[in-house]
Design a protein around this ligand. Structure first.
Ligand code: ADP
Ligand code: MG
Ligand code: ZN
Length: 501
């Protein structure tokens, strides 16, 4: 996809020669019911161009009205990021022509964003804390989507024609921009990932967005430049657009560090441009030369009044902030009594919230933990999905654990039930009933299977009668097979030994 000739410097050499400077811009689509400036619905995945009206497709004479819920979400995001909230902020027109932007301008905020000067503390893998300074969080509207037909991998290059879907045009966005992150050195890629992860968790806890990077409701652009060790000014940056997973954020930053270092060491100059990230091979390639703010001819949006949130309203919103995810995590760790290391693993596999929800649904913490980190983690792995995206809910897991606790299912049977749920066969209780999976409690049924197995293996039966208790294992195995795993092995063993005594 990208020129094979792109030179990359060894990472260690990059670090020896340069300091990276990073700036992260995160766009988050708010999960309001309606768009930023009109009443159109915002649901993801609808038929193209069914969620549009004169306002969001920019017909002449239509007038925008700001969505109060979106303003509320923007303020809560600002507060959660320790920002100041501006008593009066204005919308601005950012002018540019692009086919997915039907008005030929985007309503955004420019020099008076609603929230500014904040910070977010993030925790790195080794437990150290890193403070990321937030420059601003501002409100804007999303663009539509172009679909390029006929070219390779959906790119416009080589396409025969393009289709436009304006359903997303006008969906409320908050853009969160960091100040330049300096001094991270070799940890810059890790800081980038940790920051986007912490931000995602925070936005999720605030319940303001779906934060689905794969569906584009959370999108990250990574700005990166390098400074020579002795330099006093920042170097020229590139902006890698729409990096669509947490892992990719880390990969993209690392790649740009290695690429820019090779350019600079060869005596070249870094071009200020946007770059595309390629999920398939983790590389970036040139996009467009970067416009400067002047090119956009920003001016105050004449059709919208300033946003002037009442200070008492802001104070009230401050009381609605949820317990911060990392504070909550520390509290949960205490409650569960697990080590830092175990907790970090649980966080890394994305199991914490799932375990909490499973416990809330009635399971014991230990059983809940066991299910998510072993059997279900294996299932996620083999199915190639994230733990949270498995087709089983914490309530269903709790129900299955309950069936084991009641002795209705053995662990093996419970795993069969969970697998069936994952395969979309229905609810646990239904699956147990449909497949007749319950543990056979009825001794008379078991007795028959035991007698059959002993009769089929007279030599082994003889050994057991002679006192070789270990030989019973084979008979128990046969009975378990005959009952399709539905017997309680301990009870079967008792019955076998009783039959041979
Ligand atoms: P743009 O409109 O170009 O996207 P923004 O101000 O929205 O600009 O975002 C630029 C981002 O890049 C910010 O996070 C900022 O901190 C960061 N940044 C600015 N200068 C540099 C630089 N020289 N190297 C790396 N990052 C930078
Ligand atoms: Mg920007
Ligand atoms: Zn509309």
């Amino acid at each position: 996809m990208t020129a094979a000739a792109t030179e990359l410097l060894d990472y260690d050499e990059v670090i020896a020669e340069f300091d990276p400077v990073m700036g992260l811009e995160v766009h988050v689509e708010l999960c309001t019911a309606t768009k930023m400036f009109c009443g159109c619905p915002t649901a993801f995945g609808a038929e193209p161009n069914t969620q549009v009206c004169p306002v969001c497709i920019g017909l002449p004479g239509s007038l925008p009205v700001a969505n109060a819920k979106a303003i509320e979400s923007a303020i809560r995001i600002g507060l959660a990021l320790n920002c100041s909230i501006r008593p009066s902020s204005v919308f601005a027109r950012k002018n540019y022509f692009y086919p997915d932007q039907p008005k030929n301008y985007q309503i955004s905020q420019y020099d008076e964003p609603i929230a500014y000067d904040g910070h977010l503390d993030v925790v790195l893998a080794d437990g150290t804390q890193w403070r990321v300074e937030i420059e601003r969080a501002h409100m804007e509207e999303d663009t539509g989507k172009s679909l390029h037909i006929g070219g390779a991998t959906g790119r416009i290059h080589g396409a025969s024609h393009s289709l436009l879907d304006y359903n997303r045009a006008g969906v409320p966005l908050v853009e969160i921009v960091t100040r330049p992150i300096v001094g991270a050195g070799d940890r810059a890629p890790e800081v980038a990932r940790a920051y986007v992860t912490a931000l995602r968790d925070l936005l999720k806890a605030l319940d303001v967005s779906d934060v689905r990077m794969d569906q584009g409701s959370l999108r990250c652009d990574a700005n990166l430049s390098l400074m020579r060790k002795d330099a006093t000014e920042f170097g020229t940056r590139t902006e890698t657009k729409n990096v669509n997973s947490l892992k990719s954020v880390e990969i993209a930053v690392r790649y740009e560090m290695r690429r820019q270092a090779a350019v600079l060491l060869a005596g070249g100059e870094v071009v200020q441009e946007t770059r595309h990230f390629h999920e398939t091979d983790g590389t970036t390639s040139p996009g467009r030369r970067k416009e400067t703010a002047e090119d956009y001819r920003y001016f105050p949006e004449p059709d919208l009044p300033p946003v002037q949130p009442d200070s008492s309203w802001v104070a009230e919103l401050a009381t609605t902030l949820p317990e911060l995810p990392w504070v909550r995590r520390a509290r949960i760790q205490q409650e569960w009594g697990v080590s830092d290391e175990v907790m970090r693993d649980l966080v890394n596999v994305g199991a914490v919230d799932l375990i909490i929800a499973t416990v809330d649904a009635g399971a014991a913490p230990e059983a809940a933990r066991g299910w998510w980190v072993s059997f279900l983690a294996q299932q996620a792995n083999s199915r190639g999905v994230e733990l949270a995206d498995l087709a089983i809910t914490p309530a269903q897991v709790a129900e299955i654990i309950g069936l084991v606790d009641e002795g209705k299912l053995t662990t093996k049977l419970a795993q069969q039930v969970a697998t069936a749920v994952l395969d979309g066969e229905g609810e646990p209780a239904q699956i147990v009933a449909d497949r007749g999976l319950e543990v056979v409690r009825d001794d008379s049924a078991l007795q028959k299977a035991v007698d059959d197995a002993l009769a089929a293996n007279p030599d082994i039966a003889e050994k057991i009668r002679g006192g070789k208790v270990a030989a019973a294992g084979k008979i128990v195995g046969d009975v378990m097979k005959a009952t399709r795993g539905q017997a309680d092995p301990a009870r079967v063993k008792e019955l076998v030994l009783a039959a041979c005594s």
